[in-house]
Ligand binder design. Structure first.
Ligand code: DX5
Ligand code: ZN
Length: 216
């Protein structure tokens, strides 16, 4: 099991130190949320922000694009130093082409589903993707409550993966803590994104350890 702290909850006045701390605590991925104010009702930051971090970190940069028509920005997202680029199934009419574009740039491709979107919408691309990100809250903001009904989608994806012999990782994002995270892992999740649970913890080290225990 892998842990992906979500940069959205970091203190941006000391961003590099925050990221280095998560790296030292044993994070696997750095989850990076790009929001365009259109696909979601919030604006976060663009690729320039993590481009500055890239030379200073060995973490896998896991970029979650909450962007309408993501194909317009895939190239700049890749060039800024993303390792995994995930796009929402709800945000493009050309999902297959966008995944090809990500792979042509030498990056891993992920596809994301909102809580209201069924797994069936993804089935045509599951053989092509490296990661499936299941939103366990409606995207746009950190610190929201985990939506229970999404557990079933994680289990469905894990079953399809097994049946067809696919290799994508299953990542979950939103409202993840040591309790909800445990249930996600039991349902089949491989990567836990955690923003407020890790960054707002009294002891980040204890929070990281508690998340790590989930996979034991
Ligand atoms: C929400 C973002 C998440 C967010 C998670 O739209 O995609 O990555 O940072 O935050 P928490 O873990 O606080 O729910
Ligand atoms: Zn995210």
């Amino acid at each position: 099991m892998k842990i992906a702290p979500s940069m959205l909850s970091a203190d941006f006045t000391r961003l590099l130190a925050e990221i280095k701390e998560m790296e030292q605590l044993g994070a696997d991925y750095l989850h990076i949320d790009i929001m365009d104010g259109d696909f979601v009702q919030n604006i976060s930051f663009g690729p320039m922000v993590y481009q500055w971090l890239r030379p200073h970190s060995d973490l896998v940069f896991d970029v979650h694009m909450m962007v309408q028509f993501p194909e317009r920005y895939i190239e700049s997202v890749a060039q800024a130093g993303a390792d995994i680029i995930s796009i929402h199934v709800e945000a493009t009419n050309h999902l297959h082409r966008a995944i090809q574009q990500i792979h042509q740039l030498g990056k891993k491709a992920g596809v994301v589903v909102n809580p209201g979107t069924p797994v069936s919408q993804l089935e045509a691309v599951l053989s092509d993707v490296d990661l499936v990100l299941v939103m366990t809250v409606n995207p746009g903001f950190g610190g929201q409550i985990f939506i229970e009904a999404t557990l079933d989608k994680i289990a469905q994806l894990a079953a399809i993966r097994k049946e067809k012999g696919y290799h994508f990782e299953i990542e979950v994002d939103g409202g993840v803590n040591h309790e909800t995270g445990k249930r996600c892992v039991e349902a089949g999740a491989d990567v836990l994104v955690a923003g407020s649970y890790l960054f707002n913890a009294d002891s980040r080290q204890q929070a990281m350890e508690a998340l790590r225990q989930v996979g034991q």
